[in-house]
Design a protein. Structure first.
Length: 680
């Protein structure tokens, strides 16, 4: 939909950023003729306020990339050979794919698996027509755990849903704990409000194993060991209790299970907690004092800290801190991890996904985080049929899933039929039988919610699809037709889907006219309790510290061989594996790096800029070494997620991660990983 602001030769289209980021920015897309010439942030959107990250500001470069997939491609090489593809027509591709899927489904439809995540967060191009297709087919279900399910389950258990404070009120806080988040790189618009608070005299404290770009800009950086966040939270609670820095009235009226939590916290004096975290005792005590005695105090929690074995419990414990101090009484106090639960009363996923197409069937569920193991499993009574086909969309599992040697082995199976919907020849596309060209966000309609603010957004198609690319919705419509599905739901248009995505509380015409619609969420949502739990009270019972799978304390024999903890946070100019092939962004990043503290490098005789081998029992990964202060002693940072094919040996940091799951939410434990490093 155009804007009157445009000149006669230009038009302005309202859009939304589709990527896995809490900001979900409102876009202002300038089109000249039939070409996008500029992608900007909408200046009047409450949280975007005209600013975009470096990645998305170059979105047109991604859409017009010379390596963009613009025709369906069919594999003509064996899986064990260098990938070779030839273009085919859509009719030929869809007919062959449908024939292969029909043959498998005739034996057992659960042998077919969808694999998708947040390549787009859109409600249409994500799980609308795709979900209808797989429900009709009776395919296995996918448990989409790879990013946030540990933290999501933790918030659900504590607050009743994924709820939190308003983004904009961080600007009024007097103390902000930025916990497990490199906000400058991954939550830019929160950082704008945090920086405003800083200019107004607020104290900013970054809690993160890595000295991130965000830590550089905070007053204090607490470099705890990976996986020790729950111990830190219990140590803080100990100090709140023994010093009587508690809001007894708030606890009495709005918290269940405090007596149990109190007993656990009192077993974590500062000395024990600090030792578990690898920080100073005085550092912990002062943090507790600052948090208790500064109001309003806010916590911006992010998902980095929940990617360890005890990540769910750690989120639960941290989420209880503002309940103990009564920080929720202030609109600028409390905590934000995810705001996605605020949208639940307004969304209409059943209308988009039509679970009734299952017709009473209850297919098995496969966890996307264990795809490496699951593609290699034989048929069994416990597992069900062997996976014979995978349809991948909005994801690049060969690059992003843990323990990638197994993922590669699984996707390399000559008997596995793989279809990938993509923009580029990713690591996963290289192992596909068919690659189908999908549209980018500039080329299709979609609607979006957010997990960092409380606005619904619309994305209008700014240009026609390039080449023969098609929206995910259209690909699944045509695949349904090729399968012989004749239900009317498989021919509904994208606009019809968009109009069904929300209940009547969201006015679609108003959404289309403005580009977004704000939800009616109270300014201080839990000032008087009212959590989304059955009792209306925050739930403190059951939360506890859970140690890592791999650490000096929990696995001393393993740590003797692999003494360095490794985390693998995203490189600043990539978003998971998206944007890795955008030349201007890759030029900024340079090449895959391992960050190491000078003391650890000296102990191994390693030089800055040299090639090193990072290894453990699962694999080995070669990359360039960067000796700098971003790594704390005993911890190395393997920046990701680079495409494997761009690595020195055709691998990336997930060569070293494992498939064991978190305590809650069955999520991956990417940052729970011991390694050793040697000259490469």
């Amino acid at each position: 939909m155009s804007s009157p602001e445009s000149s006669p030769s230009q038009r302005i289209v309202k859009g939304a950023c589709p990527h896995d980021c809490p900001d979900t920015c409102a876009l202002r897309i300038t089109v000249e003729g039939e070409r996008v010439i500029k992608v900007q942030g909408q200046a009047d959107h409450p949280s975007t306020h005209g600013a975009l990250c470096t990645k998305v500001s170059r979105y047109a470069e991604r859409t017009y990339h010379p390596e963009r997939l613009l025709r369906p491609m069919k594999r003509v090489s064996a899986k064990h050979e260098a990938p070779r593809f030839e273009p085919v027509s859509w009719n030929e591709a869809l007919a062959d794919i449908a024939a292969r899927l029909k043959a498998i489904a005739a034996r057992d439809p659960e042998a077919i698996l969808p694999y998708s995540y947040a390549g787009t967060m859109g409600l249409l191009q994500g799980e609308s027509m795709a979900a209808r297709f797989f429900n009709k087919l009776g395919a296995s279900r996918l448990d989409r755990t790879i990013c946030a399910s540990a933290g999501a389950k933790a918030l659900n258990a504590t607050y009743g849903h994924r709820l939190g404070m308003h983004l904009r009120f961080f600007a009024e806080a007097k103390l902000i704990l930025i916990w497990g988040s490199n906000s400058i790189a991954s939550n830019l618009h929160f950082w704008t409000y945090a920086n405003q608070a800083k200019r107004n005299g607020a104290r900013l404290i970054c809690i993160d194993p890595r000295k991130t770009e965000t830590a550089d800009k905070c007053h204090q950086h607490i470099a705890l060991l990976p996986g020790s966040d729950g111990a830190l939270a219990l140590g803080l609670m100990h100090e709140l209790i023994v010093n009587d820095w508690l809001d007894h009235d708030y606890i009495e009226r709005h918290v269940d299970g405090f007596a149990e939590l109190r007993e656990k916290a009192l077993s974590w004096p500062p000395e024990r907690a600090a030792a578990a975290c690898g920080i100073g005792v005085d550092e912990l005590r002062q943090l507790a004092r600052d948090y208790a005695q500064t109001a309003p105090a806010a916590i911006r929690l992010n998902y980095g800290m929940q990617r360890v074995r005890g990540g769910g419990n750690a989120v639960r414990l941290i989420a209880l801190l503002p309940c103990l101090t009564g920080a929720w009484r202030h609109r600028a106090g409390g905590l934000l991890l995810s705001s996605s639960g605020w949208f639940a009363p307004h969304k209409n996923p059943q209308a988009l996904e039509l679970p009734e197409l299952l017709a009473g069937r209850a297919p098995r569920t496969i966890n996307m985080s264990t795809i490496g193991d699951d593609l290699l499993r034989p048929a069994s009574a416990d597992f069900g049929p062997r996976v014979e086909a995978v349809i991948v969309y909005n994801s690049n599992p060969v690059a992003v899933a843990p323990e990638s040697p197994k993922v590669v082995a699984g996707f390399s199976r000559p008997d596995l039929f793989t279809v990938v919907l993509e923009h580029f020849m990713t690591d996963t596309a290289d192992l596909a039988d068919y690659v189908l060209p999908a549209t980018t966000q500039l080329e299709h309609l979609d609607v979006h919610t957010s997990y960092g603010h409380t606005d619904v957004l619309i994305n209008e198609a700014a240009i026609a699809p390039q080449g023969e690319a098609k929206p995910n919705t259209q690909i699944f419509r045509e695949l349904a037709a090729a399968m012989g599905y004749t239900e009317p739901c498989f021919v509904e248009s994208d606009e019809a889907l968009a109009r069904q995505a929300f209940k009547s509380s969201i006015d679609f015409e108003a959404l289309r006219a403005q580009g977004w619609q704000s939800l009616p969420v109270p300014e201080a949502p839990f000032a008087d309790g009212g959590f989304a739990t059955p009792s209306g009270r925050a739930q403190a019972g059951g939360a506890d510290y859970v140690p890592n799978y791999e650490s000096r304390a929990s696995s001393p024999e393993l740590a003797a061989r692999y003494p360095l903890a490794m985390i693998s946070p995203p490189a600043r100019n990539f978003l998971n594996s998206s944007f890795v092939n955008v030349k201007s962004l890759r030029d900024i990043e340079g090449e895959p790096l391992l960050e190491m503290h000078a003391d650890d490098a000296a102990a191994r005789g390693l030089a800055d800029g040299s090639v090193v081998r990072v290894f453990n029992d699962r694999g080995s990964y070669r990359c360039k070494l960067s000796i700098n202060a971003r790594a704390r002693p005993g911890v190395v940072n393997g920046l990701g997620v680079w495409w494997r094919k761009l690595g020195l040996d055709g691998s990336n940091v997930n060569e070293l991660t494992h498939q064991r799951l978190t305590d809650m939410g069955q999520a991956p434990s990417f940052y729970d990983c011991l390694v050793e490093v040697a000259a490469g």
